[in-house]
Design a protein around this ligand. Structure first.
Ligand SMILES: *Cc1c(COP(=O)(O)O)cnc(C)c1O
Length: 368
């Protein structure tokens, strides 16, 4: 058989280690996964009932148009329902965008390191990838602008950026999008939007009417705590949504996910509470870094990328043996860093304790 040449030898996405597997392998009774930027408090307590009710209609195909959640999101964001497209996670919206816009004759511009799925899907479409190194952990938008030419179809702005947690300010974003040619799609991936507290973070939704070539991505996977149900969405001009919609698989979001998202969206008090607790947890992580002289990147997300000076895979293993799963920076483009998701108080305490011990063990080992 003859698959597309570009997918031969391509690695499938490597998720964080499943907790049960870690427990079994290391004989640990308790393991804390702080690796995938999930909400440690789970979804709003209103969600399980919505899921249970929706499960009673499991034999019926979902509403492909997702009318009810569409109406709820439109009202919440103050946009028209025709400005939305839903995906099985915003991952699927990224896939649809690549499928709709990229061919081997085109190129796409992105920061590096950034979220892996932009490149992954662009490679599958055979497009040329133009990666622009981060500057001090943030998008170098002027340099990204330089990479745009007549064959550019999509520019990705991950804001805040995964895996660094840094953000692009409103001023930087405006200066950038003003200069992007109007036939080049700009994607603002805002997966961590609900965690942002910086006052100068851009309100991209208010720019949609000025820029028909802008798409904003949001998800229910992170702060809303619905990662396992797979639902996210894009917001853009109705014309752009109309272009993209034929690419969408007919029943791509499930009734259960749609119902859960409606219940989760309705509980904004819960989201606010999660955001406040998250900020406190990050402050604790930052205090630890300052106390131990570790460098880190200031984060507007629910994770922190911190440089322990020890190879990421080695630190990952050391923490794993103590029952804490983080993400090694080695696969993320930061060889001596780890990326840790803010957990519950008790988990954060255990993590910092394990990190302190691991750093000590490493320096003792190095001295001998
Ligand atoms: C987690 C994440 C997503 C997508 O998550 P879904 O579960 O597919 O909605 C998209 N972009 C970034 C930067 C992320 O971190």
């Amino acid at each position: 058989m003859k698959p597309k040449s570009q997918i031969i030898g391509m690695e499938p996405y490597k998720p964080g280690k499943p907790m049960e597997e870690v427990k079994r392998e290391l004989g640990l009774s308790e393991v804390h996964k702080l690796a995938s930027n999930e909400n440690p408090y789970g979804p709003s307590p209103a969600v399980p009932k919505a899921v249970f009710e929706a499960a009673k209609r499991a034999e019926v195909y979902p509403d492909g148009y997702a009318a009810e959640i569409r109406g709820a999101v439109a009202a919440c964001l103050d946009v028209h329902p025709s400005q939305l497209i839903f995906g099985a996670g915003s991952d699927e919206v990224i896939l649809m965008l690549c499928r709709a816009f990229l061919t081997p004759e085109t190129n796409t511009v992105m920061a590096a390191p950034s979220f892996s799925q932009y490149k992954h899907n662009a490679v599958i479409e055979g497009a040329e990838i133009r990666e622009v190194p981060l500057k001090n952990g943030s998008h170098d938008l002027p340099a990204m602008l330089q990479q745009i030419d007549e064959n550019t179809r999509i520019v990705w702005v991950c804001n805040p950026n995964n895996p660094t947690g840094t953000y692009t300010t409103a001023e930087e974003f405006d200066a950038f999008i003003k200069q992007v040619p109007s036939d080049v799609l700009v994607v603002s991936d805002e997966a961590y939007f609900e965690y942002v507290t910086a006052p100068d973070y851009p309100d991209t939704l208010s720019r949609l009417s000025d820029y028909p070539n802008l798409m904003v991505l949001r998800t229910f996977s992170k702060a809303y705590g619905l990662a396992s149900l797979r639902i996210g969405y894009g917001v853009a001009s109705p014309d752009l949504i109309e272009v993209l919609d034929p690419v969408r698989p007919p029943f791509n979001t499930t009734t259960i996910a749609q119902s859960a998202a409606i219940a989760a969206l309705d509980d904004q008090e819960y989201i606010k509470n999660c955001r406040d607790r998250n900020r406190k947890a990050l402050d604790q992580f930052v205090d630890f870094c300052k106390k131990h002289g570790l460098s880190y990147l200031p984060s507007q997300t629910n994770f922190l990328l911190l440089d322990t000076g020890i190879p990421g895979n080695k630190m990952f293993e050391a923490l794993l043996r103590k029952g804490i799963i983080v993400r090694s920076g080695e696969a993320l483009g930061f060889p001596t860093s780890i990326r840790v998701t803010a957990g519950k108080d008790e988990q954060n305490h255990l993590f910092l304790q394990a990190l302190e011990e691991s750093i000590k063990e490493n320096s003792t080992f190095a001295e001998h």
